[in-house]
Design a protein around this ligand. Structure first.
Ligand code: SF4
Ligand code: SF4
Length: 428
């Protein structure tokens, strides 16, 4: 058995661009909802002085993770921000003093057992850096008596066009990745580790293979270059051969999937105590003159990043955060960089060819890694038939965009599925 995948262009223009440190901006706006789950409440008020690494937002909700300041300076506003996904939340706007004074609270965590390990990860503000933003302390806090885990899958596929943020992490900080893996592996007592990298990154495969050649518990998996290799269920299957069934998490199959940059961040946090305050962002797209990878304080505006990469704004028709296949359109360039961002793409075109009628070619069905029938889902959604959508298992759609990509009639299948999922959840 294999899961359906498609071939897409890689466009990894920035793969050899070493990460540049971005200068501290004049202001940052740090949203209180950068992760999956409940938003944080600000712990600071207008006029307060803050330092780098200081906790500025937290929540008592189970599904949440704290937010820290990425700069030193003064809080000048608690504003409301509307994200492209329709989510609105409070955001702490800080006027930077340029000194980047580090908070006294920033100290390496003391980790003696699983409880202190999980508590430390929560305090780091870490969430999945591949884009999903699932709080990492919840993902790793499984009950080994109920759901034993024997496999740790490191998601280093980075299968979306343009993005090279994870690749640069592998090339620049391989020790952080290996040491982060070993810490997780030893505390959670996980037998086997699979570092999964697409075959279009041979240097990263060689580097990590050489570094782990003496350790039989760690295997570097050379994935075929197809999309969506980085989808959680796809990579779990391709690494371990186990199928994550409908309604299951990888955990139910004894697997934890974690992004490669998340693991590297955790190792740096264990060493220094500096929480999640910056991201490596790939800035690219055909409207960008100087594509690059940049280390950016969280809260920096996308407009500043585009200026930094010499983007010709007069030619830009569309800006995305994330990749071409799953990225979100930015409707306001003042939108800040958040923890889950790994790329900003500025494109000259905003429209594909006009839609025509479905010619029933079946390509969308052959392309779907979840085994769905996008053309039938579209029909059921247009008829507002919630029961049919449920029986067609619309909830399994992972929004990978493969169906839209292959459709010769240019139908907006993936977008329709998102609306259909919302419609079904509203119908209950
Ligand atoms: S977007 Fe959904 S329906 Fe379309 S190919 Fe991906 S998983 Fe299948
Ligand atoms: S790929 Fe497009 S044209 Fe072909 S069956 Fe699917 S929706 Fe119809």
């Amino acid at each position: 058995m294999s899961l359906n995948c498609i071939r897409i262009p890689h466009k990894k223009n920035t793969e050899n661009c070493e990460t540049i440190r971005y200068t501290v901006p004049k202001t940052v706006s740090i949203p209180m909802c950068q992760h999956m789950g409940a938003p944080c409440e600000p712990l600071v008020s207008v006029g307060d002085e803050v330092k780098v690494g200081q906790k500025i937002g937290d929540s008592e909700a189970f599904m949440s993770t704290p937010v820290h300041s990425s700069v030193s300076g003064k809080v000048i506003e608690i504003e409301n921000i509307l994200f492209a996904n329709g989510r609105e939340c409070k955001s702490v706007k800080i006027e930077c003093d340029g000194k980047q004074t580090v908070s006294e609270d920033v100290k390496p965590p003391v980790i003696t057992d699983k409880d202190s390990f999980i508590k430390a990860i929560r305090e780091s503000g870490c969430c999945g850096l591949g884009g999903a933003g699932f709080p990492t302390h919840i993902k790793l806090n499984f009950d080994e008596n109920k759901t034993p885990v024997d496999s740790l899958v490191i998601n280093a596929a980075e299968c979306e066009p343009y993005i090279t943020s994870d690749y640069r992490e592998m090339m620049e900080n391989p020790e952080d990745i290996i040491n982060g893996i070993k810490t997780i592996q030893s505390i959670l007592k996980i037998e086997k580790v699979y570092i999964c990298i697409e075959g279009n990154k041979p240097k990263a495969i060689d580097l990590l293979s050489n570094m782990t050649s003496q350790d039989n518990s760690i295997k570097v998996v050379n994935l075929s270059c197809s999309y969506p290799q980085g989808a959680e269920k796809v990579i779990a299957y391709n690494a371990t051969g186990r199928t994550v069934r409908e309604g299951e998490l990888p955990l139910n199959q004894g697997i934890i999937v974690i992004n490669v940059s998340t693991v590297a961040f955790l190792n740096r946090y264990f060493k220094t105590g500096m929480p999640l305050t910056w991201r490596r962002i790939t800035i690219d797209g055909d409207a960008v003159k100087s594509p690059c990878n940049v280390k950016v304080p969280i809260g920096t505006s996308i407009a500043e990043l585009l200026k930094f990469a010499e983007c010709d704004e007069s030619k830009v028709k569309k800006v995305l955060t994330g990749g071409l296949m799953m990225g979100m359109c930015v409707y306001d360039l003042n939108t800040p960089v958040v923890k889950t961002n790994n790329a900003v793409l500025a494109l000259k075109k905003d429209k594909k060819s006009p839609q025509t009628n479905c010619i029933r070619c079946g390509r969308c069905i052959n392309a779907c890694p979840a085994g769905l029938m996008p053309t039938e889902l579209e029909k059921a959604y247009n008829q507002k038939d919630a029961d049919r959508l449920k029986s067609l298992r619309v909830n399994l759609c992972m929004n990978c965009g493969s169906c839209s990509y292959v459709c010769p009639a240019k139908r907006n299948l993936a977008e329709t599925n998102q609306l259909a999922k919302l419609f079904v959840s509203e119908k209950g």
